[in-house]
Design a protein around this ligand. Structure first.
Ligand code: BG6
Length: 509
């Protein structure tokens, strides 16, 4: 099949009102960690360069290691995106400071409060954003201590708002997520809480809602009458890297399914919200999760595959097995790949399977949602039977090469009557003249302006843990029994293909 490209022209933009954030203090717990270096600091710089930040803001890095402001700035300078101009860099770095101490001691929070009060007076800061990017075990202590020090509420005088941004993972199962939510709600109101799922900050994920609800063409067909099934894939080429300590306890179900993949499912399957506002959107997303058919014994048998990568070949080079990676136990039963078949019990989706898979060390990096439409009911192109005509597929390519494509049948030019499968292809880079920006910038900006639309709400997080509870329990009970293996660089184990083959279908890749 040779794909053909139909060019798409983009008309001038229509913008919803953009709110400029108030002058504020951004307090990053875990500032010497990987996330702060790789994502948080560079995206703040990019926001500044784009003129999206307020005239006054201060970034306070928090960590245990004693480091001076100058040393912190020098370290962060190394993380600024290539090509950052000298004036831009100096302006940004001058706003950074560092505050070290024992983050479980009440005295530390009193000192932090004094520092923040002083900064607020000096720079007229109105808001405080506490960003938790420490290991998750530290979250409860930080949240409690912030509240005890009087830092979790606006003081009504200088400080107009206080918000807490909480990185994933939010809990390790339903009970721990509930306990963390309860603690959070003792200290903050839900409208102060911004639970991060960085997939929701991706332009291509946000665009699912624009695509579905700012156009009329697709929504009438977005249901069980026209859609045969949906495939959601998040494939990574990376292995566990240096994160075995965290990953071996989490595995792919906690690391990718509970958050990113459930969010993609909710966005693709949700009903139209009454308006594009945080709770209206999140209500509809939670409805989808509530309607997912619970995994009983019957559903688990045959609808769930878990596997781990064995040695293989990536990019022509030998790649080690998961169990041979640094710090991974030699008998680990942690899945690095899983595939699930989900059913959604509501009027729109009854009988439409959603096949969802994710894994590390797969054949290519690809995150995609493929909506497979039904076959034509009858073929008028005799002798070609209906089932030999390719069904339409609408693909949301989340990353890389961000795109939306529609596969359809067309007459191949020429004297003979031949039908070919072609693609209509909208590519973000070509369409908008620029690749989509990093997700953390959007997440920061929305937290600073108080827009919770792209953050997970307490009930949503619990619902998605609830869906996975029986799956996690089965995996824990069976351990290595029932764990499949796949060569690094492949597309997963044979059991994953069999999951669809049983329904007469196959994965797109
Ligand atoms: C993170 C997971 O949440 O998402 C990682 O902890 C995973 O294991 C990453 O690699 C994938 O994110 P992205 O944006 O590269 O698809």
């Amino acid at each position: 099949m040779t794909p053909q490209v139909a060019r798409v022209s983009v008309r001038e933009e229509l913008c919803m009102t953009e709110v400029v954030p108030d002058p504020c203090a951004i307090v990053i717990f875990g500032a010497s960690g990987d996330l702060a270096k790789r994502k948080l600091i560079p995206s703040l710089l990019q926001l500044q360069a784009a003129g999206a930040l307020p005239g006054q803001y201060r970034v306070i890095g928090i960590g245990r290691t004693p480091v001076t402001d100058e040393q912190f700035r020098a370290k962060m300078r190394l993380e600024l995106p290539a090509g950052t101009g000298a004036a831009q860099a100096e302006n940004f770095l001058g706003r950074l400071s560092y505050f070290s101490g024992d983050i479980i001691s009440p005295g530390f929070y009193q000192a932090l409060k004094e520092k923040l009060d002083a900064l607020s007076r000096e720079y007229g800061l109105k808001g405080r954003l506490f960003y938790l990017s420490t290991p998750p075990q530290a979250y409860p202590g930080i949240i409690e201590q912030l509240a005890l020090a009087g830092l979790s509420r606006a003081d009504g005088a200088g400080t107009a708002w206080v918000r807490a941004v909480i990185e994933k993972p939010f809990g390790t199962d339903l009970a721990s997520a509930r306990a963390l939510n309860a603690l959070v709600h003792n200290c903050f109101s839900e409208n102060q809480v911004y639970r991060i799922d960085h997939y929701l900050g991706k332009e291509t994920v946000q665009n699912i809602l624009m695509f579905r609800f700012a156009n009329t063409l697709f929504e009438p067909a977005w249901n069980r009458n026209h859609i045969d099934h949906v495939q959601i894939t998040s494939a990574e080429t990376l292995g566990v890297e240096h994160r075995a300590g965290y990953y071996d306890r989490s595995g792919v179900l906690r690391d990718m399914f509970q958050n990113h993949l459930m969010q993609l499912l909710a966005m693709i399957a949700m009903e139209p919200p009454v308006r594009f506002e945080a709770d209206a959107v999140r209500d509809k997303k939670v409805d989808v999760l509530k309607a997912v058919r619970p995994f009983g014994e019957k559903e688990l048998a045959g609808n769930f595959v878990r596997a781990q990568y064995a040695a293989g070949v990536m990019d022509g080079k030998p790649a080690a097995a998961y169990r041979a990676e640094p710090d991974v136990p030699a008998d680990s039963a942690t899945p690095t790949f899983a595939a699930l078949k989900l059913e959604i019990d509501n009027w729109r989706w009854q009988g439409v399977p959603f096949y969802i898979r994710s894994g590390k060390r797969l054949g290519a990096r690809l995150t995609e949602i493929a909506v497979h439409f039904k076959n034509v009911p009858v073929s008028i192109f005799k002798p070609l039977p209906a089932d030999q005509l390719c069904a339409n597929v609408l693909r949301f390519r989340i990353q890389p090469e961000e795109a939306i494509t529609i596969r359809f049948e067309a007459k191949k030019p020429g004297p003979k009557l031949c039908i070919s499968t072609v693609n209509m292809d909208f590519n973000y880079r070509e369409g908008f003249g620029t690749p989509p920006p990093e997700s953390y910038g959007r997440l920061f900006l929305d937290a600073m302006t108080g827009d919770q639309t792209i953050f997970a709400r307490a009930d949503g997080v619990e619902e998605s843990w609830n869906i996975l509870e029986p799956v996690l329990a089965r995996a824990a009970a069976d351990g290595v029994k029932g764990l499949a293996f796949y060569p690094a660089g492949s597309w997963g184990p044979a059991e994953s293909a069999a999951l669809l083959a049983r329904d007469g279908r196959e994965w797109d890749s």
